[in-house]
Design a protein around this ligand. Structure first.
Ligand SMILES: Cc1cc2nc3c(=O)[nH]c(=O)nc-3n(C[C@H](O)[C@H](O)[C@H](O)COP(=O)(O)OP(=O)(O)OC[C@H]3O[C@@H](n4cnc5c(N)ncnc54)[C@H](O)[C@@H]3O)c2cc1C
Length: 757
């Protein structure tokens, strides 16, 4: 008899009676407190004395934190599959990946028909369930962008939109007893969920055999299908039948079912708290221990959490079986449901072989040590907004720091704040706002702390408060050798210097300590649309106006070619005095005829909240962007810019303020050295060659480069980003901190020896 090696799980099977107060919710919470892995509810939508199961599960999800939730089992004939798929993915998202979909073909047909549902023969019910599984999986498959079309006898979908992407691979478990249903499980489902009370001795073994035979015929492995079982019984001093006796009898019977009938999940059907407590305290640990002991003796391999279909999508060069245990639960592979939401970044489509999502610094170290041993590319990702797109790859490993996203106020008197790399700048602004604090970061709240704060950080308060890195006081960084070091002006000062401008070359920054700015509350936020028909004149005048403005003005201009060339000028005035704001904005409004305008007095945190509603990142292809730093918008530069824009090779041409406080910092103080520039330029085009050709117009008028707005990774661009003295020092330090050049994927400066060759 089989033991499929599934990790043992225990759940409760709670009756969803809707008498007030809602006992079912309390029992679900008790299940969680007692250490059960799951809580499940029957689904009889025609039964007025029960809560609707979806509503109850959603409510329970909100009132619990850890426990998995499932219907046991959902009544398909009264649930439209495409909508059920959407509901399941939604609840999975809302609950943080805690949902499992128990499904049933139907039964109680009079009651179903009374509710307006279909009456089906047993054969029809199985066929309908089979079609429903196709529809549900199709809706969940967000990796396929095509609308879902499935012609079916019972359930046809014709152009349904897919998604949302669930938080994890939601398993589908079928409640079943008869051969046709068992064969369906073997072909398509992830689990078999019958009730012991409806079975005869030997039915579990016969059912397993039927499922396994069908699975093998379908090219699946039997262990891909979890065996679950609803059980009920009584604790008593003397044995009076199956699961009716002392604890020792329960333990023995369940252990036999686990080892001989392959049951991996037991659902205790009971609404009695005392029974649940006794089961959790005495039966669960004893069965786990007995099963673990027997497996150790027998050498039973534990079943992989992934199905054979999922494992078939694994890529060469990655030893998936050796992923550290600490990371296994959050790792995402190409065959996983969550893959679509982590494979790509904001700018670039990717197809990595593995995305590791450490939750702690220790896990980051585990991830790095594992990735270092694999013969595939390695990418680091904080929030995936890197222009160069190197935070994803094809066939490699991504270490995503998205789950390391804490923001903590360390000391109010010194305005010290610790931020983890996966935090978004909108979240940082929101945490600082109640203190009247802010940290100049960028213009978009969805950008991540990790990428921006290792490169520079040209934000809405740049002229007044400098770059983001100018506020950095210390970092914790995981180096290539797996060590975690603290770097500040007093400790590993050379590394601290390098991290501020070239951080990605030196390690994985896991913590940033900033000294943030005070007295930033409401600011003036202006959005002008101006006529830029005379593009050169507009650029020149905008540049001169910005340079002449007080430092509380930080502005950007984006030229939008078209039937009428437009300038989109966005400006922040760090003042809550409307007269001052208008006074500061007037010269900018005078730069060119104003076609539209909006000026708002709003909290700085609200300006940064512009990522609200941003969905999953689905960048496609490879972006092409050129970056430069510009001292002044001279007539020559402005004219060259106008010609470059007119070439049609650039669809996004934007200048932003730097200068001011950015220029106050000594060029040698950080690895971001081009301090004298007043402007940062980014030009984006669809075709790299055409973009380069247009760029040659500009190259004589610009100096320096800002890594965060560039996609060209080659040596020439790296020399543009770092003056010779800075680059030489960086390469020397690279030799010390990353001699094997592990961190090479993004703007690789190379170690000293490597560059000499
Ligand atoms: C819509 C948009 C608006 C932007 N606006 C601005 C702006 O106003 N001002 C500005 O300065 N920039 C801006 N940027 C650029 C942005 O600063 C960079 O793209 C930055 O790298 C994004 O950070 P991230 O963590 O989201 O990126 P990711 O894509 O996650 O990372 C980018 C790269 O940074 C490195 N990296 C990431 N995390 C770490 C870490 N923890 N330790 C070491 N290296 C790491 C890696 O090399 C990685 O490839 C903008 C980008 C976008 C897409």
């Amino acid at each position: 008899m089989p033991d499929y090696g599934h990790q043992l799980e225990f759940g409760t099977f709670v009756t969803p009676v809707n008498d007030p107060p809602p006992a079912a919710v309390g029992l679900a919470q008790l299940s969680e407190q007692l250490g059960f892995d799951l809580v499940s509810f029957q689904d009889h939508p025609y039964q007025p004395s029960f809560f609707d199961t979806w509503t109850l599960m959603s409510f329970v999800a909100a009132r619990t934190e850890r426990i998995q939730i499932s219907a046991n089992v959902l009544n398909l004939p009264l649930r439209l599959p495409a909508v059920t798929a959407r509901a399941a993915a939604s609840l999975d998202l809302l609950s943080g990946g805690r949902f499992a979909l128990g499904l049933g073909a139907g039964g109680f047909w009079d009651a179903i028909e009374a509710m307006g549902g279909p009456r089906r023969t047993p054969g029809q019910a199985v066929d309908a369930l089979s079609e429903a599984i196709e529809v549900i999986r199709g809706i969940w498959d967000v990796s396929d962008r095509a609308p879902l079309r499935i012609p079916g006898t019972y359930y046809s979908v014709n152009g349904a939109k897919r998604g949302p992407a669930a938080a994890h691979d939601i398993p589908i478990w079928l409640g079943a007893y008869k051969p046709r249903m068992l064969r369906l499980i073997g072909r398509k489902a992830d689990g078999w969920l019958p009730s012991l009370g409806y079975m005869q001795p030997g039915d579990l073994g016969r059912g397993n055999a039927a499922i396994d035979e069908s699975a093998i015929a379908a090219g699946r492995e039997p262990r891909d299908i979890r065996r679950l079982l609803n059980i009920g019984g009584r604790f008593s001093a003397v044995s009076a039948g199956a699961l009716d006796g002392p604890v020792s009898q329960w333990v023995e019977e369940l252990t036999v079912m686990a080892l001989e009938d392959g049951v991996g999940t037991f659902f205790l059907a009971s609404d009695a708290p005392a029974v649940m407590e006794q089961f959790a305290a005495e039966v669960m640990p004893a069965v786990r221990e007995a099963v673990a002991g027997a497996r150790a003796t027998n050498g039973t391999p534990s079943a992989d959490a992934r199905s054979s279909g999922s494992r078939a999508k694994r890529l060469d060069g990655i030893d998936y079986e050796s992923v550290p245990a600490s990371l296994a639960a959050t790792a995402v592979e190409p065959g996983d449901a969550g893959y679509a939401s982590v494979r790509s970044t904001y700018m670039r489509g990717g197809s990595p072989g593995l995305v590791l999502q450490p939750r702690t610094v220790a896990e980051v170290v585990d991830a790095l040590v594992f990735a270092r041993e694999q013969s595939v590319p390695l990418s680091l990702r904080s929030a995936g907004h890197g222009f160069s797109g190197r935070s994803t790859n094809d066939g490699g490993i991504v270490i995503s720091l998205a789950k390391l996203n804490a923001i903590e106020i360390l000391d109010v008197s010194t305005r010290r704040v610790r931020v983890e790399p996966g935090a978004l700048w909108s979240a940082v602004a929101a945490v600082l706002a109640p203190h009247g604090w802010a940290l100049s970061s960028g213009d978009y709240g969805g950008v991540g702390v990790g990428g921006l704060a290792t490169a520079g950080g040209i934000g809405w308060l740049a002229r007044e408060h400098g770059l983001t890195i100018d506020h950095l006081r210390a970092v914790d960084i995981v180096l290539a050798d797996g060590s975690v070091v603290h770097a500040s002006d007093d400790e590993n000062a050379d590394l601290f210097w390098a991290v501020r401008g070239a951080g990605a070359n030196f390690g994985i920054v896991v913590s940033f300590e900033f000294e943030v700015d005070d007295q930033v509350g409401d600011v003036g936020f202006a959005q002008f649309i101006q006529d830029a028909t005379d593009t050169a004149a507009v650029l020149e005048k905008w540049g001169a106006t910005v340079e002449a403005s007080p430092r509380d003005v930080t502005s950007s201009v984006m030229i939008q070619p078209g039937a009428q060339t437009l300038a989109r000028v966005n400006t922040v005035v760090d003042s809550d005095d409307t007269d001052s704001i208008i006074e500061r904005l007037q010269p900018l409004a005078d730069v060119a005829p104003l076609l539209d305008q909006s000026v708002q007095l709003m909290p700085y945190a609200e300006v940064m909240a512009n990522d609200r509603g941003a969905g999953p990142q689905r960048g496609q292809g490879e972006p092409h962007a050129r970056s430069a730093l510009v001292e002044h918008i001279t007539p020559e530069f402005a004219a060259a810019s106008a010609r470059a824009i007119a070439s049609g090779a650039i669809y996004w041409f934007q200048l932003r303020s730097v200068g001011g406080a950015v220029s106050d910092v000594d060029p040698d103080a950080t690895a971001y050295a081009h301090r004298s520039a007043n402007f940062s330029l980014v030009a984006i085009g669809a075709d790299d060659d055409r973009l380069n050709e247009a760029w040659t117009e500009l190259s004589g008028h610009v100096s320096g480069m800002y890594l965060s707005f560039e996609t060209g990774l080659h040596e020439g661009r790296i020399e543009d980003a770092f003056p010779p003295k800075t680059l030489a020092r960086l390469r020397e330090l690279k030799t010390v901190y990353d001699p094997q050049n592990l961190f090479r994927d993004n703007f690789n400066i190379g170690a000293l020896e490597a560059s000499a060759g």
